[in-house]
Each structure stands twice: as structure tokens, then as C-alpha cells.
Write a protein that binds this ligand. Sequence first.
Ligand code: WT7
Length: 650
Amino acid sequence: MDAKLYPVSQDWARRAHVDEAKYQLMYERSVKDPEGFWFEHGNRIDWFTTYSQVKNTSFGGPGSPGEVSIRWFEDGVTNVAYNCIDRHLATRGDQVAIIWEGDDPSESKSITYRELHDEVARMANVLRNRGVGKGDTVTIYMPMIPEAAYAMLACARLGAIHSVVFGGFSPDSLADRISGCGSKMIITADEGLRGGRTVPLKANVDAAIAKIGGVDHVVVVRRTGSPVEMEPARDVYLHDAAEQVTTECPCEKMNAEDPLFILFTSGSTGKPKGVLHTTGGYLVHASMTHEYVFDYHDGDVYWCTADVGWVTGHSYIVYGPLANGATTLMFEGVPTYPSVSRFWEVVDKHQVNIFYTAPTAIRALMGAGEEAVKKTSRRSLRLLGSVGEPINPEAWEWYHRVVGDGRCPIVDTWWQTETGGIMITPLPGAIAQKPGSATRPFFGVVPQVVDAEGKVLEGACEGNLVIAESWPGQMRTVFGDHQRFIETYFSAYPGKYFTGDGCRRDEDGYYWITGRVDDVINVSGHRMGTAEVESALVAHPKVSEAAVVGYPHDIKGQGIYAYVTLMSGEVFTDDLRKELVTWVRKEIGPIASPDLIQFAPGLPKTRSGKIMRRILRKIAEDEFGSLGDTSTLAEPAVVDDLIANRQNRA
Ligand code: WT7
């Protein structure tokens, strides 16, 4: 492979925390002596009681398949909010912790570490007065406003476990996620505001609670000020409740392995699972990667464009940056409002140095042309980052040349909700970049490429990506279902963590993620289980069967392609197609909208009744010339009909 190579510049090698030689040394030590390495680096956060144990982890394996157990720093005692706030007060109380940029360009504000302390302490007291304490779960359903970060940190302060649900999810999806972790407390806002449009967050919460019950308290942040229904015994506005409390709120003493948060994420089967992250190891990993990968130095302004509803927002808007005493920018809006120059205008307005976004945003803005970028300065930018899906080399080059003026390295960071933090990435002062490659493992990460039988491949190769050793930020379990944790991640390749991704390693040892190899699709960097979309479709009274696959989409990376079989007597119309799209949006949320729906009189199945997705994927990709072996089909004729009526034609 003769991929283009972007070497590390002299400047970068000099200024960065880590140059190439240091990366080699640190990486080698981290995998040869993980105990020693993490004993030292665990100290980057403050502990109330320091740890004597560092790593106590088992991925089970052929001899002990049931015994998956992951513990880091297990006798250490700390608190995440203390590390993200209190420990900075003496030295940087007046430094800006959060720059908030509103949806409307005329709205922005800065919150210092001292102000952050007071806001978080007040919110924590409001929660505590309503019965929230250590080990309780709290659901957060919020727009991108500072109160979202306050809510997370308030939970951390009290030792409560938060579950943030993305504000784009429907009432039904929210309801599943509330009951999935048994929250009795919900924190939300009256409405969200994105791209000039409002999102009825409080009304969605009401609808979710009407469905499942069991919620005792709803704390409502006033964002737009629109009137919303308030249930007097249950609901309270934050600004009213906060008046009644002080800014004194001690940090609960938390064991390193006490849960910090749950984040529901889609898998290849069943309902979304609650990924559980704990306290000490997670914060060490999130803060260390934030410092080294983004080469964060004191005084830098750092902006990650993710939403706090996803893990990227947890680790790289809130926890990593704040643990490092950084200035983190939080953006309420969208890249295209009021114009396609918005990102770059925000960069100039706040003099952003480090900018971290997703390939889908880059591709969308690339489509809008260079002029919208070039009319802004962007001279403050020093480093660019990418996350969420493989970045195609064309988008990488555009990001580098147009956005970064050829001056800024790009860190293409591979990781997952489950990994807690970045796993494979260039370090900007140490590792030459190849457009499209996530390059090399972070400290302590041991990636391997395996074939279908689990044989570990050496040298340049292609196969499935597994991680052979535990790392501190790793998820600990599926909330309430440890067996599902073991089955999902440790059964395909016993003794190893299976990522669900395919991967190639080149002759330089660089990793190239090729995408999911399971029934998960990646739409605009958001993870979607095909099974979830299918069950939403079959819940429609006119649908008897549905099969969903991904197909290449210019902007979203993957689009959602649905094959739908109707109940007998129903007819295919354009109206029904539209109705099904609306239906799925309502059932799950706009991110799950099918891009293409094909009405299928029959689906290709094996004689035992299993849908042959491989064939459906090929047809959706408009690659039906290479369907492979179809000899096991029960009714080969259905394939001809599907090909004839395919929706994605080049
Ligand atoms: C999946 C995880 C990690 C935060 C955002 C997504 C894909 C993520 C990259 C990248 C290639 C990537 C993988 C992974 N992915 N980053 N830099 N290059 N693929 O988190 O929703 O848990 O999704 O996103 O397929 O498995 P997530």
C-alpha cells in the first residue's frame, strides 16, 4: 500500500508532550510492565486514599470462560467531580472551564472553575434534597447547555450513576433507557434549541413517564422559557430549587470501581445495552488520552463538537478536559446554522486551538465548498481530530488542506463507547499520519488482528480487531447483565475483547479500521443496531417483516436501507413509504430514519428460515453482480425481484 505519509514536523516533535522516541519507550513499558506504568500514571488524578493495587483483570478464556472481571486501582478512593473541579480551585479558580456557544451566534458565555464549582454544588444539593445518593441512577435528557455538564458532575459529586440519553431520542427510546436503569430522577430542560428549531424535551419526558411510570422527580432547566406542563408533586424548575440551597456540597468518597455512568448503546441484537463505566480507571484513561492525543497544554482552548449524549461528549467534552483543568468549548448548535461557516466562525470567535469533530460533518461541509471555510481566519488552530467512523482519505485531505491550511496534524482516533477513551490514534508529535489510518495504539493498548477462527495474524494482514489486554477505561459490565457482557465481547474470541470491527494492519504496523463486521451500522458516526430499526418497522400494523442493512452513503458514511414485506392485502405506495419513515423517527428518533425503503414481496432466506443478510447487503450496495453462493436459498426467485426493484442505483 503506498498511502501518502504526513511526517511529524520538527516543530511538533519539539513542542509535543511525546516525540517518537518517547512514544516507543512509553508504549513498550506500558505493555511489558502495565503494573508499573499505570501505578505511575494513575497518579495523574488525585486520590483521597491512594491505591496499592493497580491491575486485577481477567478476560476469562478457554479454561475459565465465565470469569471476566475487570478492576483497576481497586483499593483507591477518589471522586470524579473533585478531580474535575475542586482540585483546580486553588490554582485556576478564575480560569474559564467551559466556553458555551449557543445555537444563536449572539449567545455565548464563559464559566470559570469557581463558577462551575458553585453551579455543580447547587445542583447536587437539589438532587440530594430529592433523595439522590450514592449508587442511585439518574437519567439526564438535555440539550447542549452547561447545565448538562453540571448535571453529570453533580451526580458524580454525590456518587450517583448518571445515564445521559441523547436529546434526539424519541419518548419511547427514552422510556426504555429510563426503565433500563431504574432512574427515579430525571434532569431535563423545557426545550432544546438546534439549528433554530426547538426540541420538546420536557414533553418527551412526560410522554416517556406516562408510558413506564416509576419516576419520582423531574428537575427542569429553563432554556427557551416556553411554558411546559409541570406536575407539582414531581417536577421542579432548577432555578427555583437552586435558590433554596447553598454552594456547599462535599464530594462523596468513591471507590475506584464504583460506577460513574451508564450509557446505552446499540448492539447487533436485542435492546440497547447499558455500558457501565467506573470511577478511577475511566478518569485516568480519559484525562491521559485528552492530554497526550490532543497535546493539550495549559491555556489552550479545546473544542469537541460531539453531543454529551454520546460517549465522546462524556470523555472529551466533560471528564477528560475538566480533569486536566482545560478550557473546553460546548456548542449547542449544528455545523450548518446559520450558515455553513459556523464551525470556523466559532473557531475564530473563541480562538480555538484544538478542534475535534466527526467525518460526517467534514464531508457535509466539504460539499458546501472551500469558500465558506477560507473566508474565516482559523489561525488559532493547531491540531485537528476525527472520530466516529473511518475517515475517507479525500475528506482527510480536505480537512488537512482546507480547514487546517496544511499546517495542523490530524489525529484520527479509533475507540468505542465500550473502551471509555481513545485506543488507536496518532500522537501528533510522535507518529506520522496516513490519511484514513488510525495509525498506532495508545499506551497500554494491545490490539491484535485475528482471522475467523481466532488465529492471531502477524505482520501486514486483514481480519477482525480484538484487544488482548485490559486497559483502565474499559467498560466493566453491561448494567444488570454481566452474562450479556461476556457473551457480547468475550465469546467470539475467548480470552480477548472483541471490538466488532474489521481491520487491516499494514507493513508499518499501522491500523486501518474497515468498519463493523456485525449487524451494527454507523450512520453519521452514530451507532445503530439493524435489529432495532427492524423491530420499529415490524411494529407498524401494515408491516409483516423487515430486514435492515447499511449501504455506502456520501455524507453519512452509511445509510439505512430497509427491506419491508407487507401484511397480505396491503399495497405499496409512496405515502406508505413516507409513513414508515415518519414511524421509525417517532419510534426511535430522527437518527434512525431509513434512507431507502424497498418493498419486498419476499426476503431471501435459507431453508431453515434465516434471512441471508449478505445478499441483502450486496443488493443495497448495488453490487448484485457478486452475490456469492446462493445455493442455500429456499426460494432463489425472490432475489431476482429484489435486484429488479433495488433502490440504490449508481
Ligand atoms: C464504533 C464505535 C468512539 C466515539 C464515537 C463512536 C467506529 C469510531 C472510528 C475511527 C474508524 C471508528 C467503529 C467503532 N469508529 N471511531 N476513528 N475510525 N472507525 O462510538 O457509537 O461506540 O461507535 O465507531 O466502528 O466500533 P460508538
